[in-house]
Design a protein around this ligand. Sequence first.
Ligand code: ADP
Length: 190
Amino acid sequence: MLNIVLFGPPGAGKGTQSEKIIEKYDLIHLSTGDIFRSNIKGETDLGNLAKSYMDKGQLVPDEVTIKLLESEVAKHPSAKGFIFDGFPRTSPQAEALDKFLDLRKTSITYMIALDVPEDELKTRLMKRAKTSGRADDADPKVIQHRIDTYNRETAPVKDFYAAQKKYYGILGLGTIDNIFTAICKVLDKA
Ligand code: ADP
């Protein structure tokens, strides 16, 4: 299996690159943000809970997020592999994912981390707010909170994969196609 963690701060381009990766490598795309948003739309209990955190730019609690992710993976028993987009976002999530994949006799192949300077992230998120309808993109205070949360709680997850020699950092600037080519160079080594 090819299992990828696609990593990076809000606005780094994870969603855009995921679309291209799943097409080329025939993987299942699991975006925790997308799953939460579809639950919000469907007004489920999970959606209501997630919304109370997301609108403020806070992380949804680990317990809820880990359970959700595991149930989504279990829905695809014959997948060739997965691309995890927006997960793991905390060290406990990374540990839980490793244990869970281990039980299924598989593991993460690579973490691909998109590096983008903070000013560029803010510009992209403000621009995306015009079309995404996402409340968390529209408010500069919420954007700053998401970036701060990323730096404090999520960025350390890099070290978890670096210790396993699975970490690959890629500059998330330039054209979408050039960034994709750089990602493919890593994935084609698998
Ligand atoms: P972005 O990376 O652009 O901030 P996402 O769509 O990945 O957007 O996530 C949106 C929001 O969903 C996050 O700010 C957070 O509140 C919640 N979320 C997504 N993934 C996770 C996760 N793994 N753990 C906790 N909260 C999450």
